[in-house]
Ligand binder design. Sequence first.
Ligand code: ADP
Ligand code: MG
Length: 239
Amino acid sequence: MTPIEAAPVLELRDVRAAYGRIEVLHGISLQVPAGKVVALLGPNGAGKTTALKVATGQHPATAGHVHVGGRHVNGCRPDALARLGVCTIPEGRGIFRNLTVRENLRMATYGGTSESVVLDRAFHRFPRLGDRRNQLAGTLSGGEQQMLAVARGLAVDPALLLIDELSMGLAPLIVAELYELVAAIAAEGVSVLVVEQFARTVLGVADLAVVMQHGNVVASGVPSDLQAELSAAYFGASA
Ligand SMILES: Nc1ncnc2c1ncn2[C@@H]1O[C@H](COP(=O)(O)OP(=O)(O)O)[C@@H](O)[C@H]1O
Ligand SMILES: [Mg+2]
């Protein structure tokens, strides 16, 4: 270990954001250290998706700092952040339902990686997608669609993968399987920030968790230390 800590892959510091005149992030700070899985948790409306959008340049911060790999990136466009290695998997997965698995993956070759490399990588990691390469994405199961979204994200070799509501609409067994994949991806050195409304499965693989409520970060740390804060955020108990 070197005595000097590497800069976090992503850092939000005192970030504020608004829709029109209504502020919905009231000065949030969070970090994603290199090679770690960070869970961003909180009830519906807490501001999780907005925080991801600010981190990926899809929504402006009105105050505060966004750093990627130690660089100040406030005001950078999403494509510039993508070139710095930031890759988002949006809520709803962002796949093209009327294209086949293979055609969806082919769209990830714009970064210059060849199609055969993209397909080999994806099918090696997700053999089930290989079996279904010519199937329309809209006819895949929910879990397979999420795998396709993750495979497409990884095709561009990101340093940081941001996933919004990985488990939404999926059966618990499938969610557990996807989280094993997330852990494997992080073990290869990709940092992951994963947003979830419900905490249980993600906390099994997360190194750190950040809990949001009403546009503020109300707790952060290692998951085992956050039980009380999580119950308070979800059930309104006093912290
Ligand atoms: N496009 C939008 N226009 C106006 N308000 C929005 C928009 N998106 C989200 N909001 C509001 O911002 C707040 C945070 O939303 P969001 O970031 O989606 O929370 P979460 O992802 O935690 O459910 C909510 O009050 C929501 O109603
Ligand atoms: Mg959301």
